[in-house]
Design a protein around this ligand. Structure first.
Ligand code: TYM
Length: 347
């Protein structure tokens, strides 16, 4: 697959900034994979792009959630954005369910999306299996899991998004977004911008610490799978100590050492040191020393991050999110009105 790293164009050429849009679902344990695969890139891109970031709570309810927990997680995700360095001078933050246009556009796009397209989505297959415990029993799988990519397409298309910075697991969903945009444009005339994914190589797919063949996952059964962004220093040391490694004892960055590659990627992204340099640094040294240092690199990132999170009050964050919704509301309304006119709704 291609790793796309097209930057947003600046206005030096007289062109307006490109718009980026992305989001995290407030569910499960938000982990360093979410940060390294997505949020870290948002922080970088916000300097050059017109940036909108959403807490996608409507996506979180595709599986049953405790309502109180969902409310708490929604605010927590916004705090994660802010503690990561999302700057309100450059970016707008809001909660998806505060803008009902997402649901309305999603319904309209449902009428042009195809069941075959949805059933081929890897995440649908995985989540359906998680829900039913058996991929052949689809009868009880909620419809929301099935057509969730249509809601994601609505999120993106509603804001004339040009670039969507995400991890690799979302690539299929961006592709379906592109398909739906093109299909709508063809049938009703040019309406939607066809967005591009933005995925960086090293952070694209942070793997599980307990199984480097599967991605690090918010909903993993074992907490040894991930480093959650609210883990304590002790959690970090315990989990890294236990992280699966490859056979052999050298610290090398090679395709045949997937566990090490993953750990070196995490080390490299958090310390801004290239993988090759890390390899050199640990030449002749063993896993124990490398792992001890990796835990400290993670802790060095987490300490100030968690301090910033703790400094943010729920009230302040909710105020920021409500203001953000007021800022994006006219964009969403204009686009939805355009869509409604094109398809023949009476306004
Ligand atoms: P979500 O909440 O599962 O994940 C949030 C972001 O984290 C990335 N990510 C990872 N990156 C690297 N390694 C991993 N192991 C890893 N796990 C997750 C995801 O790719 C994502 O970028 N459907 C989306 C949320 C969404 C969205 C959108 C994103 C809804 N509407 C519109 C962009 C634009 C999701 O469930 O992400």
């Amino acid at each position: 697959m291609a790793f796309i790293s097209n930057r947003c164009q600046n206005s030096t050429t007289g062109m307006s900034k490109q718009r980026i849009f992305s989001g995290v679902a407030p569910s499960g344990n938000i982990h360093i994979g979410n940060y390294l695969g997505a949020i870290k890139n948002w922080v970088k891109l916000q300097d050059e792009c017109d940036s909108i970031f959403c807490v996608v709570d409507m996506h979180a309810i595709t599986l049953p959630r405790d309502p109180e927990e969902l409310r708490k997680k929604t605010i927590e995700v916004a705090k994660i954005y802010l503690a990561s360095g999302i700057d309100l001078e450059k970016s707008t933050l809001f909660i998806q369910s505060h803008i009902p246009e997402h649901a309305e556009l999603s319904w309209i796009l449902n009428t042009i999306a195809r069941t075959g397209e949805m059933s081929r989505m890897t995440q649908f297959k995985d989540k359906a299996e998680l829900h039913s415990g058996n991929s052949s029993t689809m009868e009880s799988v909620p419809l929301g899991i099935f057509n969730y990519p249509v809601l994601m397409a609505a999120d993106i298309l509603l804001y004339d998004t040009q670039v969507v910075p995400v991890g690799k697991d979302q690539l299929q969903h961006i592709e379906i977004t592109r398909t739906l945009a093109n299909r709508f444009n063809k049938r009703f005339g040019n309406t939607f911008i066809v967005p591009e994914p933005y995925i960086t190589k090293e952070g694209a797919n942070i793997m599980g610490l307990d199984d480097p063949t599967k991605k690090m996952s918010k909903s993993a059964k074992s907490d040894y799978n991930y480093i959650a962004l609210n883990d304590s220093e002790e959690d970090v040391r315990r989990k890294i100590k236990k992280a699966v490694t490859d056979s052999g004892s050298e610290i090398v960055y090679r395709d045949d050492k997937p566990a090490l590659m993953n750990l070196i990627n995490i080390y490299s992204l958090l310390s801004d040191k290239p993988a090759k340099e890390i390899e050199k640094q640990y030449k002749g040294k063993g896993y124990a020393e490398f792992k001890t240092d990796l835990a400290e690199v993670i802790i060095k990132f987490m300490n100030p991050f968690q301090e910033k999170m703790n400094d943010l009050s729920d009230e302040k964050v909710l105020e920021i999110l409500r203001e953000g919704a007021e800022k994006v509301r006219p964009i969403a309304k204009n686009k939805l009105d355009e869509v409604k006119k094109k398809i023949g709704f009476v306004l």
